[in-house]
Design a protein. Structure first.
Length: 50
């Protein structure tokens, strides 16, 4: 039974990997205004500093 329990356990992504993915998707989002992108990038930068 132990193998079934371990099968569903996945390590959560590292924060740095999640930020990298978010920045990549944000940069390539053509539906968002540049000012909105700048705001979101600024929020991410503040999160990285804390």
């Amino acid at each position: 039974m132990e193998y079934r329990e371990n099968r569903n356990k996945v390590d959560p992504p590292k924060f740095s990997k999640a930020v990298e993915l978010f920045k990549t998707k944000l940069a390539s989002d053509s539906t968002m205004k540049d000012s909105s992108k700048e705001y979101h990038f600024g929020c991410v930068m503040k999160l990285e500093r804390t």
